[in-house]
Design a protein around this ligand. Structure first.
Ligand code: HEC
Length: 120
């Protein structure tokens, strides 16, 4: 019994240390988003923008996976700062994104910030 407890504690500890290495998220499925506490206050308004605008066609999960793993989940391309910029431009060109150039710019800055946070 004691052993089992120890094992459970170890597994939980391992999970926490793994989670710590990555930028934190809140919620699950369609409600998933980056934890506002894990980004600097200056980009929090952009996080709000991201949570509203980037879930129109797909859930936040793709963005979270891309940031946390450094790989875009659909195309399998590396998701670095270069890719963020390219994706931003791609978004601008997509019809019905309902986003202005300024909003895309803000989100690109935020995603770059998240990439940095994730590497810490
Ligand atoms: C107009 C619909 C639409 C909106 C709005 C949208 N996306 Fe996407 N997104 C897509 C589609 C479609 C794909 C599938 C691959 C592609 O076309 O790039 C995708 C793919 C992705 C991927 C995976 C890219 C890859 O190469 O695997 C990420 C990350 C992503 N979107 C993030 C975002 C972010 C961040 C926003 C907000 C700025 C956003 N999306 C808003 C339609 C949208």
């Amino acid at each position: 019994m004691k052993r089992l407890l120890l094992l459970t504690a170890l597994i939980i500890l391992a999970m926490f240390s793994l989670a710590d290495a990555r930028v934190k998220v809140k919620g699950r499925g369609n409600n998933m988003t980056f934890d506002p506490d894990s980004v600097s206050p200056s980009v929090r308004p952009s996080l709000d923008l991201l949570s509203r605008k980037c879930v129109k066609c797909h859930s936040m999960e793709w963005t979270v996976i891309a940031i946390q793993t450094g790989r875009a989940p659909i195309t399998g391309q590396p998701f670095d700062k270069q890719a963020v910029k390219a994706y931003g431009i791609k978004m601008l060109r997509k019809p019905n994104t309902d986003m202005s150039k300024q909003e895309i710019r803000e989100i690109v800055i935020l995603l770059n910030h998240l990439i940095d946070e994730n590497r810490k």
